[in-house]
Design a protein around this ligand. Structure first.
Ligand code: 5GP
Ligand code: MN
Length: 332
């Protein structure tokens, strides 16, 4: 028999199916869902349903427009109020912490049966935890298990998993882009995924308003700490002027990170209540932006993390510069 990609998880899959059989199962993701989150929610829901399980996907936030078309006929409730529903089995995908499920869901779903994730900051909040931070995406774990078990996945499932891989690897560029990622991507193409369709829908259909937002965001970029730290920000006023929303900022931070001497890039988005949502990126895992985010109560991956601060943009920036300065001294 060929070697399995994820023997520990693949061997545990059948017992999980047994456990879910005959039970209403919900597949949750995380707030501000991205391609890996939605792709993994779609794929797992479809895999479970094909195995005869009554599963649906739900997210407290809206599915971003470029990804929505890939949901297909998967039962998926967006921005759904689930307080009146009764689910017997709860699974999360791509969710690094219980309070990241979204909206009031963490209050409803106090206990999670299975957590499938790849965030290094995930401390295993479910009864069963499939966490592998060596993977580029949660979709890589799901694709690997599907491959190991030779599951007959349909083209919508294959495309959803491919989108998870393509987005969380930054289109196959980031550190975690491994042989396994390419092997699984090739397998997904054989199962009906289309690399071109994914790239076209995700990256070649920008709205004019998003480009206007990008122009203004780029104008805010400033470098600190001998150029090692780049900070850009977006205010609520700018969102209003350009008729855009937080969904439209996907990928913006990569411009800051791509500046030659930058070690840590930060995007600060003003929230409607004046608080701040921060995104952190680095090119190399040694910069441990998950730990940096942790100092503000957030988390994520070594090269991509996030946090929230109750401070206003103006008050937060000096604090941020000081904290990053101390962090860089520690990790450099
Ligand atoms: P983004 O900057 O794109 O919002 O998030 C980058 C990564 O960090 C994602 O994998 C996301 O799940 C994680 N992340 C973002 N914000 C938070 C946060 O407030 N808390 C935690 N624990 N993780 C976050
Ligand atoms: Mn992910």
């Amino acid at each position: 028999m060929n070697e399995l990609y994820f023997p520990e998880f693949s061997n545990a899959f059948e017992p999980i199916l047994q456990d879910c059989r005959g039970k209403k199962t919900i597949v949750l993701g995380h707030v501000r869902p991205d391609g890996d989150c939605i792709g993994s929610q779609v794929a797992l829901t479809r895999i479970l349903r094909k195995a005869g399980i009554n599963a649906i996907a739900c997210n407290g936030h809206r599915i971003p427009k470029p990804i929505r078309g890939f949901v297909g006929d998967t039962p998926f409730q967006e921005e759904a109020d689930l307080s009146k529903h009764d689910f017997e089995k709860v699974i999360t995908v791509d969710c690094s912490a219980i309070d990241r499920i979204g909206l009031d869901y963490s209050a409803i779903f106090k206990s999670v049966d299975l957590c499938i994730d790849h965030h290094v900051s995930n401390n295993g909040f479910a009864k069963v935890n499939w966490i592998d931070s060596s993977t580029a995406a949660t979709a890589e774990i799901l694709a690997g298990v599907a491959h190991d078990l030779n599951l007959d996945i349909d083209p919508v499932t294959a495309q959803a998993l491919y989108i998870g891989l393509a987005t969380d690897t930054g289109q196959f560029r980031y550190e975690a882009t491994s042989v396994r990622v390419f092997e699984l991507s090739a397998w997904l193409l054989k199962k009906g995924a289309s690399a071109h369709e994914a790239a076209y829908e995700l990256y070649e259909r920008e709205s004019a308003n998003r480009i206007k937002l990008l122009q203004s965001y780029l104008a805010t970029l400033e470098q600190h700490l001998d150029g090692k730290l780049a900070i850009g920000h977006i205010t609520q006023q700018l969102f209003a002027e350009t008729q855009t929303s937080r969904e439209d900022t996907e990928g913006f931070i990569d411009y800051a990170r791509s500046i030659e001497e930058v070690d840590v890039a930060v995007l600060l988005e003003e929230q409607p209540n004046g608080a701040v949502k921060g995104s952190l990126r680095a090119n190399f895992p040694k910069f441990r932006v998950d730990q940096l985010a942790g100092t503000f109560g957030g988390g994520g991956h070594a090269c991509a993390a996030g946090f929230h601060s109750e401070e206003s943009l103006k008050d937060f920036v000096p604090q941020l510069i000081k904290t990053v300065s101390e962090h860089l001294k520690k990790v450099s």
